[in-house]
Design a protein around this ligand. Structure first.
Ligand SMILES: [Mg+2]
Length: 317
């Protein structure tokens, strides 16, 4: 993959997160955001990115270092308890399931792959929000079963229920198709059958597909905005993100559409930004928004080495 594309994908996610922070949890249509603003839900300065980015950066670092799941949990702990990977030395906005998983590792000494909550009530979007770097890392991996296995493991660090795992499968496989030159509509047409075959020995996982099936139903794009939920439930989030991308023509337009859906604005806009930047690969996320991000030093110092590794892998720059 090309360096510029990797950078744009990661920055589109960070910008989406940041634009959504001041209006997280707000009801739809009680506000309109089209710029980096200060104050709001978390009373942060304009350009402050949140847990979505702070959980993504450790994964970027871990993939660069080729380190294991335990070391990745250590990095999550460094974020949650020691404020690493934050714009201003303060961790904020961490979801309950992610926090519980980090505590399971740190305090209860669970092994990394056992830390995620397996409950049906722990199907929030907290794994989905950090997985963009994994899609970049898996772009050259041809074997679907191997991709699914890694996706499952990286999801399970915080979310172990099969529904969250299925959400990650769908999201990562959409990104994989896009990063390998397929168009979104063709991916949506082919993916259900591919997953069904690949998961024929995993009926508990495959049975969760039904929750996400609207994404693959012809006419999903034309569902009215009123019928698109924008909560932090993994299913609502993924549907909202795909819907925003299907109904926009640029990265910025998709991100703003997502930010203005209300409720889990930062995570939905972050994932939408990632998805849109893989769909519109000749477009770039608004450079003024990127310039307004707080504390870009840790972002670039973690992302640039990752880009070095990933671009070398396929002999491209
Ligand atoms: Mg957040």
């Amino acid at each position: 993959m090309k360096a510029d594309l990797i950078k744009n994908i990661l920055y589109a996610g960070i910008v989406g997160d940041t634009l959504g922070v001041p209006v997280e949890f707000k009801k739809r249509d009680t506000y309109y955001v089209d710029a980096m603003i200060s104050g709001g839900t978390w009373e942060q300065d304009a350009g402050s990115w949140s847990d979505d980015t702070s959980f993504t950066l450790p994964l970027v670092e871990s993939l660069t270092e080729k380190s294991d799941y335990e070391k990745l949990m250590q990095k999550f702990e460094n974020y949650m308890f020691h404020n690493k990977y934050t714009p201003k030395g303060i961790a904020f906005g961490i979801g309950g399931t992610c926090a519980k998983a980090v505590r399971n590792w740190s305090t209860n000494h669970y092994s990394a792959l056992e830390c995620g909550d397996p409950s049906e009530y722990a199907n929030g979007n907290g794994a989905l929000m950090r997985l963009a770097p994994l899609a970049i890392h898996l772009q050259t991996k041809k074997n679907l079963s191997e991709r699914l296995k890694l996706t499952k493991n990286y999801t399970s660090l915080t979310h172990r229920h099969a529904r969250a795992i299925m959400g990650s499968y769908i999201y990562l496989e959409i990104l994989h198709g896009l990063l390998n030159g397929k168009n979104l509509n063709d991916i949506l047409k082919d993916l259900p059958e591919q997953l069904k075959v690949a998961l024929q020995n995993e009926p508990d996982e495959w049975s969760e597909f039904i929750y996400y099936r609207d994404i693959f139903t012809p006419g999903f794009k034309d569902i009215s905005r009123n019928n698109i939920k924008s909560t932090g439930y993994d299913v609502d989030t993924l549907l909202a993100c795909v819907w925003c991308v299907l109904n926009s023509k640029s990265i910025d337009e998709a991100i703003l559409m997502a930010v203005n859906l209300g409720e889990d604005t930062d995570t939905i806009a972050s994932i939408t930004g990632t998805l849109a930047s893989c769909v519109y690969q000749t477009d770039t996320v608004n450079s003024e928004w990127v310039a307004q991000l707080q504390n870009k030093e840790p972002l670039d110092s973690i992302i640039d080495p990752f880009i070095m590794v990933e671009t070398k892998k396929v002999g491209q720059n």
